[in-house]
Ligand binder design. Structure first.
Ligand SMILES: Nc1ncnc2c1ncn2[C@@H]1O[C@H](COP(=O)(O)OP(=O)(O)OP(=O)(O)O)[C@@H](O)[C@H]1O
Ligand SMILES: [Mg+2]
Length: 238
């Protein structure tokens, strides 16, 4: 069986600086796969390349068996890959409802869009309560929920989340992690980039540890959670 997403020997550079130095990984349909690693490891660069926002210097990206390299970002969204970016990037002056609507910009099925907006409100009731409020007035955690809700509006087969727990309180973080589990149960495949290794590995089927542009370790979420080197480097144990 081919994986939903296959990345082979991917390299990405900013000018002369190579940020991703030949990484390979796969995401099987129905899984939650996490990419963990220290600051500057190349995680965001990897997601931005998968989304078509950055051009790789070499390597192969295959989604549902078809090559993604060279396809423009909006077409990649249309193929079923959505990205909730680091730092959220919601439109602060637009309302919550308008931000969600924008997530469906490629769709024309009005009734189904309305249903999916309702689904986002069911997932995150606070968004429903505040639907007419300018999004810039939401708290950080609420903006994160909106960013996830908006990414879901393109009905993705693969949802990529870049540090959804960044800056969140433990309760908000728990809520986001619970939502990831719920989305998985509803059939969405998820590629999760996280600094919070404990939270990410606890719910991931598979994990990859990235260090300065390379994948240094891979295993099931549980394997990595119990791996001594991971515990030392990412879970703060001596
Ligand atoms: N636009 C850019 N121009 C030049 N270098 C960049 C650019 N964006 C990122 N880099 C560099 O590429 C490397 C990888 O950055 P990236 O943002 O992918 O890391 P990351 O793993 O997402 O880190 P973090 O956990 O801090 O978000 C870093 O050394 C960074 O300084
Ligand atoms: Mg990053």
């Amino acid at each position: 069986m081919t994986a939903l997403l296959e990345v082979e020997d991917l390299r990405v550079a900013y000018g002369k600086i190579e940020a991703v130095k030949g990484i390979s990984f796969t995401v099987e349909a129905g899984q939650v796969v996490t990419l963990i690693g220290t600051n500057g490891a190349g995680k965001t660069t990897t997601l931005r390349t998968l989304s078509g926002l950055l051009k790789p210097t070499s390597g192969k990206i295959t989604f549902e068996g078809k090559p993604l390299t060279g396809i423009p970002a909006h077409k990649i969204v249309a193929l079923g890959l959505a990205h909730s970016p680091e730092g959220r990037h919601i439109f602060p002056r637009l309302t919550i409802a308008e931000n969600l609507q924008l997530g469906a910009f490629l769709r024309t099925d009005k009734a189904a869009i309305a249903k999916d907006i309702q689904r986002a409100y069911d997932l995150f009731p606070i968004l429903g309560e505040r639907r007419k409020q300018a999004s810039g007035t939401l708290s950080g955690g609420e903006q994160q929920m909106l960013a996830m809700g908006r990414a879901l509006m393109s009905q993705p087969k693969l949802l990529m989340l870049d540090e959804p727990s960044m800056g969140l309180s433990p309760i908000m973080m728990q809520k986001i992690m619970q939502t990831i589990v719920e989305l998985k149960a509803q059939g969405t495949t998820i590629l999760l980039v996280e600094q919070n290794a404990q939270a990410a590995l606890s719910l991931a089927d598979h994990g990859y540890v990235m260090e300065i542009g390379k994948i240094s370790l891979t295993g099931t979420g549980q394997d990595l959670l119990h791996d001594e080197s991971v515990r030392k480097a990412y879970l703060g144990e001596d």
